[in-house]
Design a protein around this ligand. Structure first.
Ligand SMILES: [Zn+2]
Length: 158
């Protein structure tokens, strides 16, 4: 039996649920799944440019664990580009530390601290027409691309 893994800290949900290659019909595409913790590794080390040690601390994992995570993540991203695959961001053992909403009227993103379970407004235009991005990623693999779950404060992978 593998040891139960500790949840890895992910700052906030990605702003997209995946990416598709341009110019290839979806029926010809294989999918590759990038877990949320792998996404976070890429974001911290390659996008924000953190050292592996700092990135490991931010996610609450050891440095060797982080190194394995980022190597896996980079392989998947490379495979999606070179191997022409649809990249779906989904699953993994993680918990978000903040939540992110996108305003459907002006497109701005607003970040809120957890826990937060009331309907919020866009801080930019005041609209209540907002989407909670954390909901996209609840439930891990099989939860459905784009499907939305209920929203509750408290436990769960959100
Ligand atoms: Zn707005």
């Amino acid at each position: 039996m593998p040891r139960p893994q500790k949840e890895r800290k992910v700052l906030e949900p990605p702003k997209i649920q995946g990416m598709k290659p341009v110019g290839v019909p979806v029926r010809f595409l294989d999918r590759i799944y990038l877990s949320l913790d792998e996404y976070e590794a890429i974001r911290l080390a390659d996008y924000d440019g953190l050292e592996h040690q700092q990135a490991a601390e931010a996610m609450g994992v050891s440095r060797p664990t982080f190194t394995r995570l980022i190597e896996k993540a980079r392989k998947k991203v490379a495979d999606s580009i070179v191997g022409v695959k649809e990249l779906v961001i989904e699953g993994g053992n993680y918990s978000f530390t903040t939540q992110l909403i996108r305003c459907q009227d002006c497109g701005e993103f607003t970040r809120f601290d957890m826990p937060q379970n009331v309907v919020e407004r866009c801080t930019d235009c005041g609209s209540e027409n907002v989407v909670y991005l954390n909901k996209w990623f609840r439930g891990g693999r099989g939860s459905g691309y784009g499907k939305r779950g209920g929203f509750r404060g408290g436990r769960g992978n959100w």
